[in-house]
Design a protein around this ligand. Structure first.
Ligand SMILES: Cc1cc2nc3c(=O)[nH]c(=O)nc-3n(C[C@H](O)[C@H](O)[C@H](O)COP(=O)(O)OP(=O)(O)OC[C@H]3O[C@@H](n4cnc5c(N)ncnc54)[C@H](O)[C@@H]3O)c2cc1C
Length: 282
């Protein structure tokens, strides 16, 4: 245990609904989730306005509130995991880039070691969690997996001192407002696909459209100051659903845990559990 405090928002998620003819669908979905033991609540427009007066749009018809959902700071969580793993005896080589692999001729094949900028590392088992870097690694093992970059941009905003942001994560029209206390939040994210040459460059206009969309249902954001903006490349598998979890074709000791596209943080515990199960089965 590290003793580190990892900020965790336990105020749930509020999903805004904008289509009147979808209300029945959402209510049916809530019923299904209730039967699975999950607490979800339908907030009709009056209840929504009363509980979250900061949310307003003439297009809104209601919202689904999920009290048991939460939101964790992914950077601090990752740092804590690295520290906990180190305490448990794991050695990290952050400054080593994987450049190739050595293969033993057998059937199924076996990867003997990886070559890196810091030398060669032999191992019994290899887990590939390299996002877009999983493609060249698979090539080094004479296999093909295709993972395309989908760029995402997001903003960190600060509102005036007297502001009171809604405390659940608010999501509407695929735009997400993640509160960090009452006067700061993250807003994101763009979903920008590569061009025919496979290149994707951050488009300022798309980020502005995300901010405008957030202001449209949370008008208080119009007075916010941008503290920071950032972008990242999400690894999206081509020709198969995300994520890619399982043995690399033809190999009995190379496990893929990659291609999580838009949900790598959310799915991290499930992926880790599945990879542990697969290793345990051996
Ligand atoms: C703006 C934005 C918002 C997002 N919001 C969410 C969210 O709310 N919830 C959610 O679940 N997901 C979210 N995502 C998606 C999430 O970030 C990704 O799904 C996740 O990062 C994928 O994790 P990964 O470890 O598979 O790949 P990556 O995060 O790409 O990590 C791969 C790692 O492998 C390393 N690597 C690659 N090649 C090599 C090599 N040859 N040698 C050594 N190291 C190598 C890279 O340096 C990198 O550190 C968001 C993404 C963006 C961009």
């Amino acid at each position: 245990r590290t003793g580190r405090q990892i900020p965790y928002n336990h105020h749930g998620i509020l999903k805004l609904c904008f289509e009147a003819d979808e209300i029945a669908k959402w209510k049916k979905w809530i019923e299904l989730r209730h039967s699975q033991g999950l607490k979800l609540e339908w907030l009709a427009i009056e209840a929504l306005k009363k509980r979250y007066p900061q949310i307003e749009s003439t297009q809104l018809v209601g919202a689904v509130y999920s009290p048991d959902d939460g939101q964790v700071d992914p950077v601090l969580l990752t740092q804590a995991l690295v520290e906990a793993a180190t305490l448990a005896g794991v050695t990290f080589h952050f400054d080593a880039t994987v450049t190739g692999a050595k293969i033993a001729a057998s059937s199924p094949q076996v990867c003997q070691s990886i070559e890196t900028t810091r030398g060669e590392f032999p191992a019994d088992e290899f887990i590939v969690a390299a996002g877009l870097g999983s493609m060249p690694f698979a090539s080094a093992l004479n296999q093909t997996i295709t993972v395309n970059p989908v760029l995402g941009q997001a903003l960190h905003l600060r509102l005036p001192e007297t502001s009171r942001l809604p405390q659940p994560v608010v999501t509407g029209e695929d735009i997400h407002i993640v509160p960090l206390g009452e006067t700061e939040c993250w807003v994101g994210a763009t979903v920008e696909f590569p061009d025919a040459a496979g290149e994707v460059v951050a488009d300022e206009a798309q980020l502005q459209a995300v901010l405008d969309g957030a202001v449209a249902f949370c008008p208080m954001l119009s007075s916010a100051k941008i503290l920071r903006q950032w972008s990242g490349l999400r690894p999206r598998p081509q020709g198969q659903a995300a994520p890619i979890i399982g043995y690399l074709e033809g190999y009995r000791n190379v496990l893929l845990a990659t291609g999580h596209y838009r949900n790598g943080v959310l799915l991290a515990p499930a992926t880790a559990g599945e990879i542990c199960r697969m290793l345990g089965d051996r």
